[in-house]
Design a protein. Structure first.
Ligand SMILES: Cc1cc2nc3c(=O)[nH]c(=O)nc-3n(C[C@H](O)[C@H](O)[C@H](O)COP(=O)(O)OP(=O)(O)OC[C@H]3O[C@@H](n4cnc5c(N)ncnc54)[C@H](O)[C@@H]3O)c2cc1C
Length: 305
């Protein structure tokens, strides 16, 4: 029986492990892919404190993983499918996708969030053949090509800027009349002549034959429909929390975990940290802080049992 199971080995889960182990908890981390989370797909991070120069995402998160492992954290490969709680014994049972189970006295849910899909014709069909959710992974395939980025937040602007290393033109398509990103990113975009802002516009369909050839868009003010010739479409329109395994009564209407300032849910012994929680700002530094807070709260909870 473990003191604590941490679900997910992104920045939140790894930070929780670092704090949990140093507090003397007997814990494991359960991760469905490889450790690192979304940061593995981030080209460069320039807003995580402690680094004067931008640091590649994989390097930052590998350092977190190495730190957790050096302290003794065990990262187990597995996907959590359901989580149940016995209120009499106060024991959590995590059932994995392969049917196996692990039990613990407390849980930190840190399974993060996944990028949202557009849900338009062609998106699924051309996934991997011109439709992507990761510029860092696929940007290099678009050398001297034309791409479109859909979205208007920090991630969309960062990724559009990254794509200009390869693509000769990047349409930056957003449904509002201005981007909703940090000032520094908006200024960077405005001064980049490879980026073509396309505002008040929504995508209607992604078209092609064996690969993407064009994107049909509609201006929501004028209602004009245009077909943009593009070789690739990158989608960054928001996130869906990875919380389907959790009891519905700890989630809000968006599927995010409701926590208090100590990262406690309404179920004693169940904590949540990082991008999957309500009111999250979805940034690495905040996911790390959440993870540390959740581990300290778990320690407190276990000490009182
Ligand atoms: C393209 C991009 C660029 C970004 N750039 C920046 C930036 O410059 N600066 C910044 O601060 N933030 C940036 N972010 C946001 C940042 O990456 C996230 O805020 C941060 O990774 C959240 O950490 P997390 O640990 O909560 O979740 P995640 O990083 O999502 O990690 C969750 C982990 O849980 C695992 N998991 C999911 N479901 C299960 C399951 N059922 N069972 C087991 N494991 C599971 C996942 O595989 C993953 O490893 C960026 C995000 C993206 C997508």
């Amino acid at each position: 029986m473990k003191d604590l199971i941490i679900l997910g080995a992104g920045p939140a889960g790894l930070s929780a492990a670092i704090y949990g182990i140093r507090a003397g908890l007997n814990l494991i981390i359960l991760e469905k892919f490889s450790p690192g989370g979304q940061v593995m797909n981030t080209y460069e991070v320039e807003n995580y404190p402690g680094f004067a120069n931008p640091i590649p995402g994989w390097e930052l998160v590998s350092a977190m993983e190495n730190q957790a492992r050096r302290l003794g954290a065990e990262i187990i490969s597995g996907e959590i499918a359901t989580l149940s709680f016995d209120s009499r014994t106060k024991i959590f049972t995590a059932t994995l996708a392969d049917g196996s189970t692990v039990q613990a006295k407390s849980i930190i849910a840190a399974t993060g969030a996944s990028l949202k899909k557009l849900g338009i014709p062609g998106e699924e069909h051309f996934f991997g053949r011109g439709v992507s959710y990761c510029a860092t992974c696929d940007g290099a395939f678009y050398k001297d090509r034309v791409t479109a980025v859909i979205g208007g937040g920090n991630t969309a602007l960062e990724e559009a800027h990254f794509l200009t290393r390869f693509a000769r033109r990047v349409y930056l398509i957003h449904r509002r009349n201005q981007y909703r990103a940090d000032k520094i990113l908006k200024e960077r975009i405005a001064s980049d002549e490879k980026i073509v802002p396309v505002l008040e516009t929504i995508p209607l369909s992604i078209n092609g034959d064996t690969k993407v050839k064009s994107l049909t868009v509609k201006n929501i003010r004028t209602e004009q429909i245009t077909e943009l010739a593009v070789d690739g479409v990158f989608v960054f329109i928001g996130y869906i929390p990875n919380t389907s395994y959790l009891p519905k009564d700890v989630l809000n209407e968006k599927g995010e975990v409701i926590v208090d300032i100590h990262m406690r849910t309404k179920i004693p012994g169940l904590f949540a940290a990082g991008d999957l929680r309500s009111e999250s700002r979805r940034q690495i530094v905040m996911a790390c802080a959440d993870g540390a807070t959740a581990a300290m709260s778990a320690y407190e909870y276990l000490s009182q049992q």
